[in-house]
Design a protein around this ligand. Structure first.
Ligand code: SF4
Length: 639
């Protein structure tokens, strides 16, 4: 057995290759109401971790209800995960990871822990009650001495029960307290970190502020002085302008008075001349001169008035312009002085520190939305049912173009149409069919429409959720081949969910087997088929139909007894122990972990646990029986 360390961060596929998607400890629990004010977690996906290489196809198989589809939908975020991380091209797109949600998740864990504790105590009590009852029934006729022994045994059993019960309560209480303490510690740590950072910042800012503020203040005072000087100069200039305007006004008034005097003298002279000559032509000339002079006087009066106003406004506006310019310069210089000073760099630091603290306490929701948007552009899903996953009211071209519309991936109608036709051609549909509705197509063609729609955003990664299970066998082959061709052409990566092992084998590079929300085995395709290690995988493979009747006769079919347990009430210990043909006593107590048994081959089974004494024998036994079955499996390979 290989030494292995699968931890929460140590997922299968260890070599640092070109990993496109990493799923870490992904959980999808649904709260189901099971009574008044009582909910029980339904563990649809429970602590699933894996990585997918670029260009690879990872098949996921398992019975109905094992959580395959929920896993796919949780990865693409159609369901918000209860906890865990989905990392796409190095970007964590889990939306729940803020403190509040971590707290919620932890309280959920505490709830589960409490629930498990009560369940285990109940079971233990029932076990001891049954034992007591059985012993009593079997020993009705025994002698008094034996009865005494029996009493002693019962009292011992009761004592043991009390000890066990106390121990269990203590153990779980401790776990509960530890968890609670852990959460409180984490919250306190985050809050303290923020407080410390802020306190540190305050101290640093205060110390440095004094020095930097005084420097800035000096600089600002200097700037203010400069400004005051500019303003006082401008004021002086303005006052000079006003004085000059007033002087000009006086000059103009004097000229005007002179003009009036001249006119009056002229008028007197002409009146005298008119009196003596009594000449009509002279009178006319006189009136003309009077009129002209009157006009001149009025015009000059108005001109003088306007000139004074203009002089004044020029002087004032010059001042206003100079003041505004000086103010603007001052503001700019002040801003630069503050900006370049240490004081402002501390303010920037403060913002940085607060930002960092906030990020550590709570991941910013908007960035999570951005990451999700980016992820959705690179990731698509093909749904199981080609009948219900297409809108019957939309034409095929509109269905395929919907992701283009949502993500604004075209600039003209022409471009949109040519993209749709290209996608239709890619999946083997003809352009004439673009105006038809979904009900006018066969099942296989509808699934092709679904594939074309998923390719519209030019994704790197596609989750195929049982894409061929609703199709008949001949169509299945066509669609599977379409998937394989597209992968070759476009370098796509698939998470291929199906329950048909032969289909998954045909297309997958690696296969993960799921049971009750957990991955129980994961390995390269050929390795898994040639050397299945988990009893559940072995039984699934034994049910694969064989084309050769002789081989089919020789094939030992392992029929599992009982139904898959409800994920609402997952059995204790190994979840498969209620149906496992190889189950041991320890299997209903210990929970197996996914461990690397052979390079790249991970199994979750206690048979391969190093603590088990018979581990080596068991592996040898399993390997021997697998070698026997290899000949039979060879036939499937060749088929
Ligand atoms: S741990 Fe036990 S019950 Fe579970 S698969 Fe292995 S042998 Fe079976």
């Amino acid at each position: 057995m290989m030494e292995n360390n699968i931890t929460s961060n140590n997922t299968p596929l260890e070599e640092e290759e070109d990993i496109i998607l990493e799923v870490k400890n992904l959980k999808q629990y649904f709260d189901i109401t099971t009574g008044f004010f009582k909910t029980t977690p339904l563990k649809a996906v429970d602590n699933v971790s894996f990585k997918i290489k670029r260009g690879e196809t990872l098949g996921v198989v398992g019975e109905s209800g094992c959580g395959k589809t929920t896993l796919g939908r949780t990865i693409i975020n159609l369901y918000k995960p209860s906890s865990g991380d989905v990392i796409f091209e190095g970007l964590n797109i889990s939306p729940y990871s803020d403190l509040k949600k971590i707290k919620k998740e932890k309280s959920f864990e505490l709830k589960s822990l409490k629930y498990e504790k009560n369940k285990k105590i109940k079971l233990k009590k029932k076990e001891l009650d049954d034992l007591e009852k059985k012993e009593l029934e079997e020993n009705l006729d025994v002698s008094r001495d034996y009865q005494k022994d029996l009493d002693e045994f019962i009292s011992k059993t009761n004592e043991q029960y009390l000890i066990d019960k106390d121990n269990l309560i203590k153990e779980y209480d401790q776990k509960y307290l530890d968890k609670e303490e852990e959460i409180n510690k984490a919250i306190n740590k985050a809050v303290k970190a923020k407080e410390n950072a802020l306190a540190k910042l305050e101290t640093v800012t205060k110390e440095s502020d004094l020095e930097s503020i005084s420097k800035v203040d000096l600089e600002l005072a200097k700037l203010k002085e400069e400004y005051d000087e500019i303003i006082s100069n401008a004021k002086e200039e303005r006052n000079n302008g006003i004085i000059l305007a007033k002087q000009n006004k006086i000059k103009r008034q004097a000229a005007f008075n002179k003009m009036k005097e001249d006119y009056n003298a002229l008028e007197k002279k002409l009146a005298l001349e008119l009196k003596t000559s009594n000449d009509e032509a002279k009178e006319k000339e006189l009136n003309e001169i009077k009129k002209d002079h009157l006009n001149d006087i009025l015009v000059t009066k108005e001109k003088n008035k306007g000139a004074y106003k203009v002089d004044l406004s020029i002087a004032k506006s010059k001042f206003q312009t100079a003041k505004a310019k000086a103010l603007k310069d001052l503001k700019k210089k002040e801003y630069d002085a503050r900006r370049n000073s240490k004081y402002y760099s501390y303010l920037d630091d403060k913002e940085d520190i607060i930002d960092t603290c906030n990020r550590s306490v709570k991941r910013i929701k908007s960035s999570s939305r951005e990451r999700m948007k980016k992820f959705r552009k690179n990731c698509a899903m093909v749904f199981q049912d080609p009948y219900s996953s297409l809108n019957p009211r939309m034409t095929v071209q509109d269905i395929i173009a919907e992701p283009l519309d949502v993500n604004h991936l075209y600039s003209t109608e022409e471009e949109r149409r040519s993209k749709v036709l290209h996608l239709m051609k890619l999946v083997g549909l003809s352009p004439e069919q673009s105006t038809r509705y979904a009900h006018e197509f066969s099942g296989g063609q509808r699934q092709r429409i679904g594939i074309a729609r998923s390719l519209a955003v030019n994704p790197k990664f596609i989750i195929c959720d049982e894409p061929v299970s609703a199709l008949d066998v001949s169509i299945q082959a066509q669609v599977i081949n379409t998937f394989a061709d597209l992968q070759k052409k476009l370098g796509l990566t698939y998470l291929f969910i199906a329950h048909d092992l032969l289909v998954v084998r045909h297309i997958s590079n690696r296969i993960a087997v799921m049971y009750l929300g957990k991955i129980v085995e994961i390995a390269e395709t050929n390795e898994l088929f040639d050397n299945p290690m988990h009893p559940y995988t072995t039984s699934l493979l034994s049910a694969v139909p064989m084309p050769d009747p002789n081989m089919a006769r020789e094939n030992k079919r392992i029929i599992l007894e009982g139904d898959v347990p409800s994920p609402l009430n997952v059995p204790q210990g190994c979840p498969f122990h209620t149906r496992c043909p190889k189950a041991k006593d320890i299997c209903n107590i210990d929970v197996p972990k996914l461990k690397e048994i052979i390079k790249g081959h991970f199994v979750s089974c206690l048979l391969y646990d190093e603590k088990e004494e018979s581990v080596k024998e068991t592996i040898e036994e399993t390997l021997d029986s697998n070698i026997e079955n290899n000949d039979t499996n060879e036939a499937i390979n060749n088929d």
